[in-house]
Design a protein around this ligand. Structure first.
Ligand code: CP
Length: 314
């Protein structure tokens, strides 16, 4: 597989947080923190990527990732090309590689790519020209590195830098979640040691991603005293029949309610990458309640994506 660091250790693509040096991870988080105000608006940084072109090449739907990459690129002064697969020549059979090389031939050097297949974004990075950079905006179940980064930035803002002191619980459809994978890689890299993962047996992965975590099926037990609850979306679109009994059963066993959240530490915070299935994995009163950081996650998404685009393209 193609490396994401060049021979001098500089980040050339961002494909995964797996194996990303903690120094690079911390640098991106520090820079995103500095960019927090510029991420909310203004024109002060429009010189940074002036004259460069960024394409958001999405073969799967997105609201948060695509919009925030678009805004991040605009706020750094890049030209932005939004590629809509449903209105493109991919519907006539053009391959992802031909699509990528076609847009690259127009002078685009920054690609933000989402694809439904594991490894598809890395495969496109393999065929990129020397001056082209590829950012993974989510591939299959494998990785969503900028979501992992924005989640860590949100946790740092809420809980400080001492990840080794945090009790973190990740709950739900871990099997299908690229977000959980990127969060786990980032949490380990930043020094978290008490990481609990909880979900129905059928929705837990069977590879080595859960190494170093305590894994269980009892949500109420796993919640005891945790500082952070990271809820995951139930990904019904990726699910074969029979992985859960029913939505009602899932909500009863794994839905985060106000009553259930009382088992966590009193100042525990709640994250969800979105989009949420309200009333399934999370109740309205929690999603919109005082312990929720869900809107802060979204705001941090722009800052993180500015930091990543600047690191790779400036
Ligand atoms: N969290 C996330 O990736 O959301 P979108 O699918 O809306 O981009």
């Amino acid at each position: 597989m193609i490396g994401q660091l060049d021979s001098s250790g500089r980040l050339r693509h961002l494909l995964t947080l797996d194996g990303l040096p903690p120094t690079v991870l911390s640098r991106l988080l520090d820079r995103a923190q500095q960019l927090h105000e510029d991420a909310q608006g203004g024109t002060a940084l429009r010189h940074v990527l002036a004259g460069k072109a960024v394409c958001t090449l999405f073969f799967e739907p997105s609201t948060r990732t695509r919009s925030s990459f678009h805004l991040a690129a605009v706020r750094l002064g890049a030209d932005v090309l939004n590629f809509d697969a449903s209105a493109s020549s991919t519907t006539k059979g053009e391959t992802a590689i031909d699509t990528f090389k076609t847009i690259e031939a127009m002078g685009v050097t920054g690609f933000v790519i989402r694809h439904q297949a594991d490894g598809a974004v890395a495969a496109l990075a393999e065929v990129a020209n020397a001056g082209t950079t590829v950012i993974n905006a989510g591939d299959g179940r494998k990785a969503h590195p900028t979501q992992g980064l924005l989640d860590m930035l949100t946790l740092r803002q809420a809980k400080g830098n001492a990840f080794e002191k945090l009790k973190v619980l990740i709950v739900g459809d871990v099997r299908h979640s690229r977000v959980a994978r990127s969060d786990l890689h980032a949490l380990h890299a930043l020094g978290a040691t008490d990481i609990r993962v909880c979900g129905p047996r059928t929705l837990l992965p069977d590879d080595d991603i859960l190494e170093g975590c305590s894994v269980g099926q009892d949500f109420d037990a796993a919640l005891q005293g945790v500082d952070v609850v990271m809820m995951l979306r139930l990904q019904r679109e990726r699910m074969q029949e029979g992985l859960i009994h029913s939505i009602d059963d899932y909500h009863r066993d794994y839905g985060l309610t106000v009553e259930r959240l009382r088992r966590a530490a009193p100042d525990a915070v709640v994250l969800h990458p979105g989009p949420m299935n309200r009333g399934v994995e999370i109740d309205d009163e929690v999603a919109d309640g005082p312990q929720s950081l869900i809107r802060l996650q979204v705001a941090n998404g722009v800052a993180i994506r500015m930091a990543v685009l600047e690191e790779l393209l400036a």
